[in-house]
Design a protein around this ligand. Structure first.
Ligand SMILES: *Cc1c(COP(=O)(O)O)cnc(C)c1O
Length: 372
């Protein structure tokens, strides 16, 4: 095929992307980024196979940058960097799988507990890892039902508990209360438990607000998965998983062929995504993220006010950019790529979502205007 023909397909895809970009208001994906400075790296067969904290025979890697990303994210998640281990994953699902896997290895034959509002990846992971599990009721606001959690753990007190806590649910942005969860397991005198936090989106929001809900290792979590393509913004799906160094010592196996410790779930791994997350972290810095987060939460509050002023009962959880609204028409769902669930849907004011876009979504929800 000629280059001109190849270019035609590339431009076709490009124009499709350009067309939908300005109307993306429903997914928790930050589109406000420019990583073109990293383009020259795409000329190499880079690969981060193996443990980023170990030695690798494959030399075109970015393990050093990956370690820097893990340490910075660990610190944001309130774990001293020297106590942290982790790696850059292919996304939230792999981070959840790794955290839950570590929990299973640490506990031996646990029962996993997670709420109805937990991301669908968790049920799949528990199935793949063959972990007994109990789904706990959710409250109306999306948080786990603590009474149901207490009762379920109580009647299974003989089994260690692997709790998957939501630090921001996908649909409602709800944050499970880590202090209450810890209170429950300690009340029941459970000696063996492990808390994995699924913080896909809010993991990079809560460190930058003034009054965060408990979210980090200082609140008793044992591992956390944060997404890279959600809050950081990335053209390639990715994420970061962080756990305690002492745990992973028990899990790795040395593999002679690549000369690395095989501590990661995947073998060959993306070497560009650690550069992307590093670039975002370093370019913005903590002050930059503070500003970005403050603005997006302001826009979310603006959206709630505007929907309510127009007679639509919208709401959001504290510190969340997810604005829950009554399910609009199929046209509005499609036009703005809003994700529906039953009789609700949500709009998410990620950094690229402006107040003008919010106004347009509301105008579309109100159309056609009803005669009064
Ligand atoms: C998006 C999301 C995930 C999964 O992330 P992927 O990158 O799609 O694998 C997991 N948990 C929550 C709460 C999410 O919002």
């Amino acid at each position: 095929m000629s280059q001109a023909e190849l270019d035609r397909r590339i431009h076709q895809v490009l124009s499709e992307f350009e067309l939908v970009g300005p109307f993306s208001a429903g997914y928790p994906v930050n589109q406000d980024f420019d990583y073109s400075a990293l383009n020259p790296l795409l000329r190499f067969a880079a690969n981060n196979v193996g443990d980023p904290f170990g030695h690798s025979r494959y030399q075109a890697n970015t393990h050093e940058t990956e370690r820097e990303v893990v340490r910075t994210v660990a610190e944001l998640m309130r774990l001293p960097p020297e106590k942290a281990w982790g790696y850059v994953t292919s996304g939230g699902t792999e981070g959840n799988m790794y955290g839950i896997y570590v929990g299973r290895e640490m506990l031996r034959n646990p029962i996993a507990y997670f709420s109805q509002d937990t991301h669908y990846s968790v049920v799949k992971i528990l199935h793949i890892l063959n972990i007994r599990n109990i789904m706990i009721r959710s409250q109306e606001n999306g948080e786990i039902d603590y009474d149901d959690l207490r009762e379920s753990i109580r009647i299974n007190r003989d089994a260690p508990a692997l709790i998957v806590a939501n630090i921001g649910t996908t649909m409602k942005g709800a944050v499970d209360d880590l202090e209450r969860i810890r209170g429950i397991v300690e009340d029941l005198a459970l000696t063996r438990y492990y808390i994995h936090a699924d913080a896909a989106l809010s993991g990079m929001i809560l460190p930058f607000v003034d009054d965060p809900q408990p979210f980090g290792f200082d609140s008793g979590i044992d591992s956390i998965a944060v997404s890279g393509h959600k809050m950081f913004g990335s053209p390639l799906p990715c994420g970061v998983v962080v756990t305690k160094r002492e745990y992973t010592a028990q899990i790795g196996r040395a593999i002679e062929y690549v000369g690395v410790m095989d501590t990661t779930l995947l073998g060959s791994r993306n070497a560009i995504t650690p550069m992307i997350i590093w670039y975002s972290l370093t370019k913005h810095g903590q002050d930059g993220f503070r500003k970005i987060v403050a603005e997006m939460l302001d826009t979310a509050e603006y959206a709630v006010q505007r929907f309510n002023a127009n007679g639509m009962p919208a709401w959001r959880t504290r510190n969340s950019p997810i604005v829950v609204i009554p399910r609009p028409s199929p046209h509005v769902l499609f036009q703005w790529q809003l994700a529906p669930l039953g009789d609700i849907a949500h709009l998410i004011t990620m950094p690229h979502v402006t107040r003008e876009m919010v106004d347009e979504v509301i105008a579309d929800c109100l159309w056609p205007p009803t005669a009064t």
